[in-house]
Write a protein that binds this ligand. Sequence first.
Ligand code: NAG
Length: 349
Amino acid sequence: MQGFQVAPRRTIILAVSVITIFIILFKFYGDVPVDYYRNYGPGETLQLFPVKVDNEKPQPGYFKAQPEWNFDIPATAKGWKGYAKTPRSRDIVVLTASDGGGHNSQIPNVLERVLQDRQAYCDKHGYTNLWLNTSRYDIGDAHRTWSKIPAVAEAFYLYPNAEWVWLIDTDIIIMTPDVSLADDVLAPAAIKKGLMRGTPILDGQLKKNPTNIFTPKDFRVEDIDILITQDHQSVNTGSTFFRRTAVTRWILEMMADYTMLMGQDHVGAEQDAIKHLMLEHQLVRNHVGIYPQRKFNAYVQGGDNMGYRDGDLAVHFAGCWVGGKCAEWFEEFWGKKGHKDQWRPAGQH
Ligand SMILES: *[C@@H]1O[C@H](CO)[C@@H](O)[C@H](O)[C@H]1NC(C)=O
């Protein structure tokens, strides 16, 4: 008789437990996709809750004392010899580091407009769009553009799984949103095929001032931690990719060294910092890849190496303030973003 009573009770308890488990599973299903755990690598920080970006929080007393500067590096990226893999879309952060001021403010609502546009681009591909107000960083007496460096560090800090951060200036329009950062720019195959080898690193115009310093003829994709382009004068930091590695962290530290670089009178500001580090250190050159300029930093004007052509990912209004053309050029290109017709064919200036 005893046995008859125990058996149904156990069955009921079991059934209730199973139902409870399913209720809990369904409650959270959708919040955290199963695929998140499937691709979750050991050593990654599990990030389940939305990131809180606090653009009001000052970074006083020299930003290096702040936790936001102290971003972490996974074990796979701690050595000189890094790793190479195509990043997952959600591990790419598109970073606009700006206080909304500067010469770009000639363009009506420029920050608001590009941020909205970048959000649409990020939504299309699954990237993270991030704006950090650079007024918050205490950079001493250095020119305001140096504050892009702590912003890159903070992006890695805020998104502990971010593998690549694309730092793009406000005066850049994404013209061809079909271009995939993961596949076309950051994938090992793209880097291997696309980087310029044995190309002179410029310090002013080459003819006037040849440096006789070149990018490596051969490189390991695993070593490439920063992707940048070069115009006719110098590398340009308006559009730059940073990979979360110890080498990137170290290069950012060096760029922001107040005594040697950031506190010195450099006309090109943070751009001079990376240029000088590249010119002086083979070690840095080995870790910074130079793509042809139009890969992600075409200018409004220029020949086939430099000027925007149909199909290029982005256009940069670098130097537009010189002729007071910022607003005019910006509107012209803004009206053509995402276009599929023939507009600026190769060879036409
Ligand atoms: C960035 O922060 C500064 C200082 O708090 C503020 O004056 C400025 O308006 C902010 N920029 C934007 C675009 O909100």
